[in-house]
Design a protein around this ligand. Structure first.
Ligand SMILES: [Zn+2]
Ligand SMILES: [Zn+2]
Length: 153
């Protein structure tokens, strides 16, 4: 919970500015960072292919928006820290949209499913090294073909 008291002299988390027990970041933010770190470290080619597919689909759903996601899905890498920041902002908007979607699940849109895959993509993006290609074109093509055949994407 963010502290908004300017005169407060308790220790604050440097990420969320909530109160901590003397640590530089709070427990919640620590768990979030560890989850983000593991997402990149443990991502298999299949997970990376699904994440790139999510980026491509969320881009194509929004006219004139999602340009950072388009750059990710077409180059299969985080190109710079600016690109990463743009991706985090864009996905934050997409996640907020799904979270506020109140009409429930439809045939074309399942907000809970979308939230799961957007958060997975976001966690990978947070720790992916700049300039590192997630998959080669060839690997992407092979994964894509198999995932399609199995009905995953
Ligand atoms: Zn405070
Ligand atoms: Zn925090």
């Amino acid at each position: 919970m963010k502290c908004t008291d300017d005169s407060c002299d308790l220790p604050h988390c440097r990420k969320c500015h909530g109160h901590t027990l003397g640590a530089t970041i709070c427990e919640g933010c620590t768990i979030e960072e560890e989850t983000a770190e593991r997402a990149w470290d443990s991502a298999t080619p299949e997970v990376l292919a699904i994440a790139l597919n999510t980026a491509a689909e969320w881009h194509s759903d929004q006219a004139g928006k999602g340009l950072a996601a388009l750059r990710l899905s077409s180059t299969r890498k985080v190109q710079s820290e600016d690109h990463r920041a743009d991706l985090i902002r864009e996905l934050g908007d997409d996640i907020a949209y799904c979270e506020s979607y109140e009409d429930g699940k439809t045939e074309d849109f399942d907000p809970q499913h979308e939230l799961g895959r957007l958060r997975c993509l976001l966690n990978i993006i947070k720790r992916a090294p700049v300039g590192k290609e997630w998959l080669t074109t060839r690997e992407m093509f092979a994964q894509h073909e198999r995932l399609h055949r199995e009905g995953v994407i």
